[in-house]
Design a protein around this ligand. Structure first.
Ligand code: ATR
Length: 277
């Protein structure tokens, strides 16, 4: 009988990761014998951990903060999203080579496809933040045809770097321009930890009274499910989409690669994760 397939998620720290719950739910729902284990790896131990994957018999796994860029450098091949974003969150072996992919952009778009169909008919987006998550989201917006992507960031030089990397459709702005840009964007995305539980009281609650009523507002933070930013948007009458779906959808491609079956993001999975929050 074949050995059960093994996969992992590694980060530092890793104890708050919900990925084991997601993959565990799917393994159980499909009656598969595989395993998906959380492994904490300090930055200095990460290259050796990656080098040991074959020997330990892993089919692949997920990498999260702070390893996504190092993982990119250690992979022997990349998918198009990882190549453009410069970070890897999903690893697998193909023809005995370690491949790295980035499924964050896919997860972001799939969440909006599910809850805000037609979101990509807009051409102007406002992205708050210019870190690693922002890069994946700007990549997703470009891939879905947005032609005016405005990135605002507390540290303007990071936004400029990001805009330069992605080219003419992306422009960089200081944080003080967020309010004015919110009024012209068809889609507004928060990629910063502002509003996240445990991240202090700072939150972004713009006055959205002047926003186009068709504007869609989304956050990648999902604890709490409705951030102060999403609450302000809802109260202004705008359509909002929380960040939990991005987390669930980004897990789909990895599971498919390791366990050979493409799982679904169902209301039952969502309830399973929410019950643990
Ligand atoms: P991630 O990979 O989650 O994107 P990151 O690369 O550390 O994490 O980026 C965090 C983003 O949130 C950055 O855009 C950061 O702004 P700076 O570049 O100015 O640091 C933004 N951010 C974090 N805390 C913030 C705060 N209190 N106010 C405004 N922006 C904040």
């Amino acid at each position: 009988m074949a050995e059960p397939v093994k996969a992992f998620v590694t980060g530092f720290p890793i104890k708050h990761s919900r990925s084991p719950l997601i993959h565990g739910f799917w393994l159980n729902a499909h009656g598969l014998q595989g395993s998906y284990q959380a492994i904490e790896t300090a930055p200095e131990a990460f290259p050796a951990f990656i080098a040991s994957l074959r020997e330990k018999g892993y089919a692949g796994g997920n990498v999260t903060i702070p390893h996504k860029e190092t993982a990119f450098a250690l992979c022997e091949a990349h998918d198009a999203a990882a190549e453009s974003i410069g970070a890897v969150n999903t690893l697998w072996f193909e023809n005995d080579r370690l491949h790295g992919g980035n499924t964050d952009a896919y997860g972001f778009a799939a969440n909006l496809d599910e809850y805000a169909r037609g979101w990509d008919n807009a051409d102007t987006a406002l992205v708050l933040g210019a870190g690693g998550a922002s890069r994946a989201i700007v990549y997703a917006l470009k891939s879905r045809g947005f032609t005016h992507i405005h990135v605002v960031n507390r540290t303007p030089s990071r936004a400029e770097e990001l805009a330069q990397h992605f080219g003419a459709t992306v422009s960089a702005h200081g944080w003080d321009e967020a309010q004015a840009l919110a009024a012209i964007a068809g889609l507004i995305v928060n990629t910063t930890p502002l509003g996240m539980e445990g991240h202090g009281k700072d939150a972004f609650t713009p006055d959205l009274a002047k926003a186009d009523p068709a504007t869609i507002v989304t956050d990648i933070v999902y604890v709490p499910l409705e951030t102060p930013f999403l609450k302000a948007a809802r109260e202004a009458g705008l359509k909002t989409v929380d960040g939990l779906g991005m987390l669930l959808h980004q897990a789909v491609p990895g599971f498919g690669r390791w366990f050979g079956l493409r799982p679904e993001v169902t209301p039952e999975l969502r309830a399973h994760i929410l019950a643990d929050m």
